[in-house]
Unconditional design. Sequence first.
Length: 317
Amino acid sequence: MNVIKIGVVMDPIENINTKKDSSFAMMLAAQKKNWEVHYIRPQDLYIYNSKVHSCSTKISLEDNPVKWYQTHGEQDSAIDFFDVILMRLDPPFNMDYIYVTYLLELAEKDGVLVANKAASIRDANEKLSTTLFPQCCVPNLVSSQKERLKAFIQKHNDVILKPLDGMGGASIFRVRSDDPNLNVIIETLTDNGHKMTMAQQFIPEIKQGDKRILLIDGEAVPFALARIPGKGETRGNLAAGGSAKGQPLTDRDRWICEQVGPSLKAKGLIFVGIDVIGDYLTEINVTSPTCIRELDAEFGLDIATDLLNVIETRLTA
């Protein structure tokens, strides 16, 4: 095979935190494998005469927090210039995001391997997807109706409410049945009954951390990153001020991965981050999962290379 050309669709590369950015880890690993690495902004994807094109920037990378990339000219071409496209845009999962998945789905028809598979990203809401595996979940409800949500909270008393399209711990509320702000919280999250909201029974083990477990082609990385809430917090998200501590997977963690892994693989979701609190699955992250850099540093792993090896196998098959 000729030199593999990889395009990475991502948020502005000049703004990333190299210490934590998983897309950066993937690009470094691609460079180490002597792949040709290109950076693609979402607005640089376009359709011309019914064929997807991109205006990409060839880059080289250095694991240097001050100057981590250099550009080497632009390439305006049909999308099948690339062998593989990594879809690494962060939410919000709005219509612009969905339009990008449509273009990448067309790219797949032109023979480009897209990871994760465009249609599966579009179909796999990161909150709702957990309900496909009820054996792994706490009691939950998805509704836009205030009285239905209040009845669920009354029954379970201590509940997490969260929007279906959020990330990084944004707009997540822990509520009890006697919360004086309960009505306004539900009204805000549901936009007065117009937006679906997820309710999950509160899991006290959040004190030990919200575990991020990475799966590559359905197989779990053997260590999790437990994101531990700060004082006075119930959210472990690093973006919400949580601290991180790596730990080996438990038997229950591995069992959960065995439940969800085959389905993820079958849908072309090659790189996924699931969230587990205590013994329960809470989210399935398919858009731009993170925590590669932290786990690599703590346990001497090379998760991004493991991912690219799977991709290379698919390309050569």
